[in-house]
Design a protein around this ligand. Sequence first.
Ligand code: TRP
Ligand code: SF4
Length: 330
Amino acid sequence: MTRTAGVVVSGTRPTGALHLGHLNGALKNWVELQKSARCFFFVADWHALTTDYAEPSGIADSTTAMILDWLAVGLDPEVSVLFRQSQVPEHAELHLLFSMIIPVPWLERVPSYKEQQEQLEGRDLSTYGFLGYPLLQSADILLYKAAHVPVGEDQLPHVELTREVARRFNRFYGPIFPEPAGLVVQAARVPGTDGRKMSKSYGNAVALSDDSDTVYSKLVRMVTDPRRQRRTDPGDPKDCPAFQFHEIYCTEQERAEVTQGCRSASIGCVDCKKVMIRRVQDELGPIQERRRALELRPGVVGEVLAEGRRKAAAVAEETMGEVRRAMGLL
Ligand code: TRP
Ligand code: SF4
């Protein structure tokens, strides 16, 4: 395989079963990237602990579910390195060494720090680990000398911090780390059935595991352009959350047809939605088939993680050798 695009690293917190937001926002892009780049994709279980430290019981099952979903959507453990962060302790070692050189104000001014503290009220996030979590992310990325980090827009400040950490480290100890670039996925931000961002915690998600009937009943009720109160009221797809599914899943011709039908009130919302619902069902069918086949192979997740850990650790060890030498630890 020719790999032209350099190393790619990305991680996801173990959130359990994945939904269409993950599929269209990240996973399809990861599956494409693995064709051209050396990819390291990992379950960020330590990151989960930075916010969920009081309730860690779901992390193990969520990790297993997520790996099964990754495999089912086409991430290939023969091609990409799929692993679990906590199984490669070099992430923690590099994080510790970075903590020696990073000024605390750099972390305090990361936008997600105050935002999350406000949003997740009810949890005590005045912890050392929560403050340092973007630095752990820097270690995740630099350990593999990533060129590109595919992330959502909200994560770009963390990639920027990573570049600053790399520069500071290189200035003290010599050029070890390349500066990575964020790769903001063009792909779709998928709305949930209520029009807000799709999220399990909002209860508006279509899971990758939803069967065809469930997909239908969720999406057929999805919010539309509020002007279409009655069947005879015209609307505009521009103002319709459901139409964002047509944008992702339908052909240009189908979009033109429903757009015309919507603006002239010649079709109803149910007929309109059926066009995209069928596509979603068609996409999920094979994913679910592969998932079921994987579930019949007990131990498959353990095997994939063991292999991923081995490959990740080999690279991580090499980088840490350079880092330890540069910092006077050998
Ligand atoms: N912080 C990311 C998130 O919450 C997850 C993450 C952890 C990550 N380490 C990473 C993403 C390294 C990209 C690269 O979504
Ligand atoms: Fe949305 Fe289609 Fe209804 Fe128009 S007809 S409001 S695009 S669901």
